[in-house]
Design a protein around this ligand. Structure first.
Ligand code: IDP
Ligand code: MG
Length: 138
């Protein structure tokens, strides 16, 4: 079954939205295979956001994701990468549709509440950064 990495970003955790995000994924019928609360290190942030090195917002991105706890989870289901991207909404919450996480809970592009992987290849790369396979259920 396809897998994806979902992060509830520091502002989502601080606002108490972990349960809301997990609930939406579970109600959709997707399966949580592993989850943990963690502080993202500078090294993990730079590996996770490697594709964004050199962009104008990169420093703010790393600073934000390392600023306070995040909730990371591996979620599985059919076409889960695209299904979850749709549920999370457009990158800029100002463009995100109502009914999406970002459309319901966000207003700020830099603090857009959640992350989800953008392709199955990215998902497997990102999952390996945050989890050991032994920490995931089959
Ligand atoms: P995604 O999270 O929807 O996949 P990406 O393009 O991968 O979006 O960008 C990663 C994160 O960087 C976004 O979630 C957002 O928080 C931030 N970001 C992207 N573009 C901008 C920008 O133009 N200004 C400020 N922050 C941005
Ligand atoms: Mg992305």
């Amino acid at each position: 079954m396809e897998r994806t990495l979902v992060l509830v970003k520091p502002n989502g955790v601080a606002r108490g939205l972990v349960g809301e995000v997990v609930s939406r994924l579970e109600r959709r019928g997707l399966t949580v295979k592993g989850a943990r609360m963690l502080m993202v290190s500078q090294e993990l942030a730079s590996r996770h956001y490697a594709e964004h090195v050199g962009k104008s917002f990169y420093a703010d991105l790393v600073s934000f994701i390392t600023s306070a706890p995040v909730f990371a989870m591996v979620v599985a289901g059919p076409s889960v990468v695209s299904v979850v991207r749709t549920m999370m909404g457009a990158t800029n919450p100002l463009d995100a549709a109502p009914g999406t996480v970002r459309g319901d809970f966000g207003l700020d592009m830099g603090q857009n509440v959640v992350h989800s992987s953008d392709s199955p290849v990215s998902a497997e790369r990102e999952i390996a950064l945050f989890f050991s396979e032994e920490d995931l259920v089959p």
